[in-house]
Design a protein around this ligand. Structure first.
Ligand code: FES
Ligand code: FES
Length: 152
């Protein structure tokens, strides 16, 4: 049996190999399907979650690599969609198809934890997540709105 801490709760996993990617633990074992599978090789960012507060790609992070760390998914970012990033995404109607957006929001929230006044260059450097719908201008605007709220 293995324990994993997700969204403030400890979960026990039975008969799960240590090499299982975190993404499949979240989706298949814990039913947290907000985190998405895109490329599976750390190239798109769709599977981004927080591990001890940092943005990490859950498709290439194994259960053993998570260890005792605290994992946060979009379901745990806020209980009611009230995180400044979630509110800003709604305000700017950022998603188009929506597939990449959970990863985008998790990347944004992690960046804003360290930098509440990100420049365009900071956003481009921290948020390399791919959006095939090309919502980048709205993402950037939403990040700046969320940053403004976090600075209050
Ligand atoms: S699915 Fe993990 S980075 Fe693309
Ligand atoms: S909103 Fe469609 S891939 Fe980003």
């Amino acid at each position: 049996m293995t324990r994993i801490n997700v969204n403030g709760e400890a979960h026990e996993l039975v008969d799960v190999a240590d090499t299982t990617p975190l993404l499949w633990i979240l989706r298949d074992h814990l039913g947290l399907t907000g985190t998405k599978y895109g490329c599976g090789v750390s190239e798109c960012g769709a599977c981004t979650v927080h591990i001890d507060g940092a943005a990490r790609q859950s498709c290439v992070t194994t259960l053993s690599e998570v260890g005792d760390a605290q994992v946060v998914t979009i379901e745990g970012l806020s209980a009611d969609g009230s995180h400044p990033v979630q509110k800003a995404w709604k305000q700017h109607s950022v998603p188009q198809c929506g597939y990449c957006q959970v990863g985008q929001m998790m990347a944004a929230a992690a960046m804003l934890r360290d930098n509440t006044s990100p420049s365009d260059a900071d956003i481009d450097e921290s948020m390399w997540n791919i959006c095939r719908c090309g919502t980048y201008p709205r993402i950037r605007a939403a990040v700046k709105t969320a940053a403004q709220e976090l600075r209050k």
